[in-house]
Ligand binder design. Sequence first.
Ligand SMILES: *Cc1c(COP(=O)(O)O)cnc(C)c1O
Length: 389
Amino acid sequence: MTRAQGRGTIAIHAGQAPDPVTGAISTPVYYTSTYAQAGPGEHKGFEYSRTHNLTRFALEANLAALEGGAHGLAFASGCATATTILHLLASGDHVIAGDDLYGGTYRLFERVFRQMGIEFTYVDPARGPEAFAREVRERTRLVWVETPTNPMLKLCDIAGVAKAVKAAARGRVLVAVDNTFMTPWFQRPLELGADLVVHSTTKYLNGHADVVGGALVTQDRDLRDRLAFLQNAIGAVPSPMDSFLVLRGTKTLHVRMQRHAENAQRIATWLEERKDVARVIYPGLASHPQHALARAQMHGMGGMISFVLRGDLERARRFLKACQIFVCAESLGGVESLIEHPAIMTHASVPADLRKTLGIEDSLIRISVGIEDVDDLLADLDQAFSASS
Ligand SMILES: *Cc1c(COP(=O)(O)O)cnc(C)c1O
């Protein structure tokens, strides 16, 4: 039996081998739309780049290996990935989703797929697996969760939910987990019973804030074939260059994630002791209501922190403007630290009353902790607290 490789080795080598023609170590960027055929139908397995592109194939194989799955498919964005998966469903089908979704996913469900006759029910993931199982109907086909959620960092018990909904639906439901926040370095949903892992590769997997992309991974060959058909039919594929850049990013995933999490743990602990802060939400803090689940389900706590600043919306605005290293921007997961205001920025498309129910207050701030020197990050936050008070 061959020894199983570590994920750091997988990150660097899976899906990649020196180019057979030249020996190039880096995966060539196959910038071509079409491929020459010796005669009609006489080709080398490559016809057209939406369907066949070796740079994208290398990325797909790499991501599949990282998630511990058999098959990966890459897309032009996280939203394009979700769109493709939702096309497995037909009008009248039902989806159960976590209630604190990425704003763009919520918008896609409510404003695009609801109009096409798909029904959605939202469940607070912190209420546990039975809360999901109770919502299963005859036409429930898909369960969609993020964990930790964005921006409230609520956890979903993946193994528990997969088991409970599959029992309630007698197997005919797919469980999809958006693993963007954790990456396979810290959480592997397929090992916990999920059928599909979904990513916005825009975030940690690429990690350098220079690509918009998405991907999914599954173990199931039949499901992969249905999704590969949709990937090609809908056509929301990533470009060769974007595929190359994400592949370059995954080579350092393990090193980056370790540093993101170390820095975030330091900052969360520091924030918890500040009188300017009413509440800090980070799965790695003992004060997180699901800290025990975080330790059981995740291999690390990630780089995302949310906190409630003492003061009103104006103070929150001043705080964000005063930051110098933390850049005020949407998105997350890059090497540079970002800070944002969910109610005004990323979650503005969530209706105000729902934001309130979810706890997205006017003084809630979300930070994506980068991999800079942590003392510089602490000093930046410190001066922003003073400047805004
Ligand atoms: C960004 C994000 C998405 C959407 O991905 P895009 O690449 O922006 O389309 C989906 N889920 C989560 C958790 C995200 O952070």
